[in-house]
Design a protein. Structure first.
Length: 240
């Protein structure tokens, strides 16, 4: 399976362990990420029009150091799945998605007509994040996630997406099941449990395989056996 993400630092987080999780199950899965830090759908759209080689290239969880254009990335191989997402500060505001999302989805289908398109659902900020003061005055992570879910649901319906990868929902479930922190800086996913849970979520959604017996354990920061079990439980309960 070949997966391409058109994203930013949040897709960097989500893709860090996907390839390795699949390999632990004996599944051939290449996860490639075109990223620009903080990149919004409107910026992806402008890059689509200009052909600018602005995208860093993450290959199977590792940053390559190469820069490519959106078109080069899309035409580089036969993709099975392409993911799209909004930048996190705009993720709860569906009005910020359009008309850029529709244009990007059409462009993806023109370049790789056989690929499925999934929306990569981003996640709420930590309760300690000062960004709530600037973006969502007086709101909570629960409220932010509810708004994100609604926006991504509308987005997926509008472009006829093949599905949503519910990373934000899984990270919230971790917190509700005893994991104290899933962020590393109040915004991005933690290098261990946060990124791991996202990777499990992507693997489960895109392959349909259970994660319960998956043996991958080579994390960038320690994760306890209890935390691994909680992450697997949350993913399976969220996705069924």
């Amino acid at each position: 399976m070949n997966i391409l993400s058109i994203g930013n630092s949040f897709s960097l987080d989500a893709q860090r362990y996907v390839h390795q999780i699949a390999r632990a199950d004996g599944v051939e899965l290449d996860a490639i990420n075109l990223y620009i830090g903080g990149c919004s759908l409107s910026t992806h759209f402008r890059n689509m029009l200009s052909g600018a080689r602005e995208y860093g290239l993450q290959v199977n969880g590792h940053i390559s150091g190469f820069k490519v254009s959106l078109q080069e990335g899309l035409l580089s191989r036969d993709w099975d799945v392409v993911t799209l997402q909004q930048a996190s500060p705009n993720s709860f505001d569906y009005e910020s998605y359009q008309p850029y999302l529709n244009e990007l989805a059409d462009y993806v289908r023109a370049c790789v007509p056989k690929a499925k398109i999934f929306m990569h659902q981003t996640w709420a900020y930590d309760k300690e994040s000062t960004r709530f003061q600037n973006i969502l005055l007086g709101e909570t992570p629960d409220t932010m996630l509810a708004m994100i879910k609604e926006a991504y649901k509308k987005a997926a319906k509008e472009i006829g997406a093949d599905g949503i990868i519910p990373g934000g929902e899984v990270l919230m479930m971790l917190l509700q099941n005893g994991i104290e922190k899933v962020h590393r800086d109040n915004h991005h996913a933690s290098m261990g449990i946060g990124r791991y849970a996202l990777g499990l979520t992507w693997y489960k959604v895109l392959t349909g395989n259970s994660v319960t017996e998956n043996s991958f354990s080579d994390f960038d920061e320690p994760i306890s056996a209890e935390e691994i079990a909680i992450a697997k439980k949350c993913v399976m309960e969220c996705l069924g």
